[in-house]
Design a protein around this ligand. Structure first.
Ligand SMILES: NC(=O)c1ccc[n+]([C@@H]2O[C@H](COP(=O)([O-])OP(=O)(O)OC[C@H]3O[C@@H](n4cnc5c(N)ncnc54)[C@H](OP(=O)(O)O)[C@@H]3O)[C@@H](O)[C@H]2O)c1
Ligand SMILES: [Zn+2]
Ligand SMILES: [Zn+2]
Length: 436
């Protein structure tokens, strides 16, 4: 028998959420059924719900920072027992057979991984139809894609470790951050704040780069040793060449000035051999002048969440060192989601991770509430810009393909047209002149 649950879904990019009853897929022998208690609201939920990438399948039920309790286990489940704390992050399936999957990089699956929401199941472990995420009272997930949450972690603060946490932990581990490392975190939001705490716990000297002087107290409370104001050239200049690795969590286009020959851009914060690692899901093109990189042998790169084993390692590290995200728990209601989406889209000035209290507030009473107002999303115009960008790219690519495929015919056509023009406009006057 399939499991009915209550979800919060949005039918369009206006991000107006409404409750709906949904049947989860029939649990299999490797599946755990989860009684969802809390779900963090990541900025990626906002990007997808707003259809920033033009590939959202509506209605959409976001949510991929899920923390709950195991309600039932399939016959062959070995990792979990009923009553255990359990989490689900950004994906719920992958092929498990390709080289990246076998080495624990399921998020780089050669075949494709299945995102927890707005994903198309491809490997038989995520039900049928578009996946629905954690703004939901229950989930059914294959145990190989579930994370064990130690009971030392408060459940309401555990979910954000499964996306924000591991997304920050992965680059810190990859670039071997430890005592003596000089790490910058650009943007003090959901990712940035946990990033500061993780880098600090690994022993680094941590600099927060932020637009807002008002966030200094919060940055220091998270453990930052230094602050750079990204809006202030003097502040950037004072910290020039002081960082080995910057993990950049800003959610919108921002210019590092890798193309301007004049100094003064954020890129100048990197020391020789420095690495600038993007996390933000940004579609816009980068302006990069290689000469600005080669002068100090800099690298520009990007990172994407983390595999299941690394996510488990991140969670265990946080439990061991009592590293917890800064959260604000809110009711899991359409009205609260409107407010949270507005705050994140507006730049997350509070710099916290908002977490939906699913266990206590997402229930039948939500159906009685009036329809939520639409959040005011400032970045609507960007969608227009993105459509233009994509259409331009698609149109240019098609013209290029056409020209390549039909080079011979085009050359023949141009030759024939030239011949016809000569025959029509050059030969007759010439002939009449010769005759005359
Ligand atoms: N790569 C991955 O695997 C992965 C995983 C999770 C999330 N993400 C993406 O990472 C980004 C951050 O996610 P999040 O949940 O941390 O978002 P968030 O809580 O909204 O924080 C984003 C931060 O970016 C800065 N910011 C926002 N608007 C800005 C603007 N107009 N100009 C300059 N700075 C601005 C702000 O920091 P200050 O006020 O301090 O400047 C803000 O706190 C999003 O794009 C999200 O989709 C990627
Ligand atoms: Zn996320
Ligand atoms: Zn794979």
């Amino acid at each position: 028998m399939s499991l009915e649950c209550i979800c919060l879904q949005s039918r369009s990019s206006r991000c107006v959420f409404e409750p709906v009853r949904v049947a989860r897929h029939q649990p299999g022998e490797h599946d755990v059924t989860i009684d969802v208690k809390f779900c963090g609201v990541c900025h990626s939920d906002v990007h997808v719900a707003k259809n920033d990438f033009l590939e959202t399948k509506f209605p959409v039920v976001p949510g991929h920072e899920i923390a709950g309790v195991v309600a039932a286990v399939g016959a062959r489940v070995t990792k979990f027992r009923v009553g255990d704390h359990v989490g689900v992050g950004f994906f719920v399936d992958s092929c498990l057979e390709c080289a990246p999957c076998k080495r624990g990089d399921e998020h780089f699956c050669s075949a494709t991984f299945t995102p927890t929401f707005n994903g198309k199941p491809a490997h038989g472990r995520a039900g049928a139809g578009v996946t629905k995420g954690g703004y939901s009272t229950a989930m059914v997930v294959d145990e190989r894609f579930a994370i064990a949450l130690p009971k030392a972690l408060p459940l309401e603060r555990a979910g954000p470790l499964l996306c924000a946490g591991v997304t920050m932990y992965a680059p810190l581990v990859k670039w071997r951050v430890g005592p003596g490392s000089r790490v910058g975190i650009n943007g003090l939001g959901g990712l940035g704040t946990i990033g500061v705490k993780l880098a600090k716990a690994l022993g680094a000297h941590v600099t927060v780069i932020t637009r807002s002087a008002r966030k200094e107290r919060q940055a220091r409370a998270a453990g930052a040793d230094a602050i750079v104001l990204s809006s202030d050239a003097a502040s950037i200049k004072a910290a020039a060449r002081s960082l080995d690795l910057v993990v950049d969590t800003v959610s919108v286009r921002h210019d590092l000035k890798v193309s301007a020959l004049a100094p003064g851009g954020l890129i100048d914060l990197l020391a020789v051999d420095g690495v600038w690692c993007y996390c933000g899901l940004i579609l816009d093109m980068l302006d990069v002048q290689p000469v600005r990189l080669l002068q100090h042998q800099l690298s520009l790169t990007a990172t994407q969440i983390g595999g299941i084993a690394l996510t488990q390692r991140c969670v265990d590290f946080c439990a061991k060192h009592a590293i917890l995200p800064e959260v604000e728990v809110v009711e899991a209601t359409p009205a609260q989601l409107s407010a949270v989406y507005e705050k994140l889209d507006g730049g997350n000035d509070a710099g916290v991770r908002y977490v939906l209290d699913i266990g206590n507030t997402l229930n039948a009473s939500v159906f009685e509430q009036p329809r939520a107002r639409a959040p005011k999303l400032v970045s609507g115009w960007r969608v227009g810009a993105q459509i233009a960008l994509i259409l331009n790219r698609a149109a240019l690519a098609r013209i290029e393909e056409f020209v390549l495929e039909h080079t011979a015919a085009i050359a023949g056509g141009v030759g024939a047209a030239l011949f016809a023009a000569v025959a029509a406009f050059v030969i007759p006057p010439l002939a009449s002149r010769i005759r005359g």
